[in-house]
Ligand binder design. Structure first.
Ligand code: SF4
Length: 316
């Protein structure tokens, strides 16, 4: 590709060059005086690809003469800029918002659970005290009240319900309130959700007395704050012995919690795949938010550092 000229570009090369060129455009396009939006790149691409001129340039590319290619390349860039300015006032399902994180549920979304449009196993609880990023400003803060969120795909922030191949939402008609309000070209719909209360475990489980008591007991014995307090001390410790003692307390806490979860799940017949909703994610897994993980060697547990960075966080 390095020594290639436009005459040598295949259709695939054209696409790559085009994507690189889109990276160089300022994505802030004024909609009206004083308003600006930042388009996800994917949206620009999908929106431009919907225009007849862009479609036709890609379709004809391999048949164009060298001079026609130069002119087609300029036309392609112009058509892309036009597509960016002419914002379609609706979601075109480019999937980019869904790749940046999954939605947090509001009380209004309870109906989706009641009517079984959304399986409970698709949810998890972010406990109070966990570090999260605010959706609108991107600032990290520690949650005062818990949130319930859709799961993301393993190792990514992509929503569980996004079809990665087609970029389409697989529950589009039944997507939750936040997804319906979200618009990458306009934040106002999302900001209007301010008065919509968040769904919590209280809404889901407080009427089941036995379960609710267990959730409360879990919260007081294995709350995220305990883990956070110990991790903070571990990070601040300077003496080896002190660090070992704190590490041992962390291992005790996470082991106790793990035992608590499996014991209660067995006693109350709680399906394994909704444990992250009922109790939040295991403390052992949350340890990774701070760059640590528990390693087992010859039946003994150790804490090892995976990265000095962190805390890492979810969007909420
Ligand atoms: S529920 Fe659908 S629209 Fe909402 S983030 Fe997931 S894939 Fe996207």
């Amino acid at each position: 590709m390095k020594d290639q000229t436009i005459e040598d570009w295949s259709r695939e090369d054209l696409k790559n060059q085009w994507l690189c060129w889109i990276d160089t455009i300022d994505p802030k396009v004024s909609l009206k005086e004083g308003d600006s939006v930042v388009f996800p790149k994917k949206r620009i691409v999908v929106q431009a690809e919907m225009t007849p001129l862009v479609k036709s340039i890609f379709a004809r590319w391999e048949r164009l003469s060298p001079s026609e290619r130069f002119s087609a390349w300029e036309q392609l860039k112009e058509a892309t800029k036009e597509a960016m300015k002419d914002v379609l006032p609706s979601c075109i399902q480019c999937g980019e918002c869904c790749r940046k994180g999954s939605p947090v549920l509001r009380v209004e979304d309870l109906e989706l659970l009641r009517t079984e449009k959304i399986p409970w196993s698709a949810l998890y609880t972010i406990r109070s005290g966990e570090p999260v990023t605010s959706h609108d400003k991107g600032e990290v803060f520690f949650l005062v009240d818990e949130r319930i969120k859709f799961r993301e795909k393993e190792g990514s922030r992509e929503c569980l319900f996004l079809d990665s191949t087609s970029s389409l939402c697989t529950i589009y008609e039944d997507r939750p309130l936040e997804c319906r309000a979200q618009a990458c070209w306009d934040q106002s719909g999302y900001l209007e959700l301010e008065n919509q209360p968040y769904l919590t475990r209280r809404d889901l489980f407080s009427h089941i007395e036995v379960l609710w008591d267990i959730i409360e007991a879990h919260r007081s014995r294995c709350g995220f704050e305990r883990l956070y307090g110990l991790v903070k001390k571990l990070k601040e410790s300077t003496a080896q012995r002190e660090a070992e003692e704190i590490a041992s307390k962390i291992i005790d806490l996470t082991s106790y919690e793990s035992h608590f979860r499996s014991f209660m799940a067995e006693q109350l017949n709680i399906p394994f795949d909704i444990l992250d909703l009922v109790f939040g994610r295991p403390l052992e897994r949350l340890l990774e938010l701070f760059g640590y993980r528990i390693r087992i060697e010859k039946d003994t547990k150790f804490i090892e550092i995976i990265t000095q960075e962190g805390p890492f966080h979810e969007e909420a």
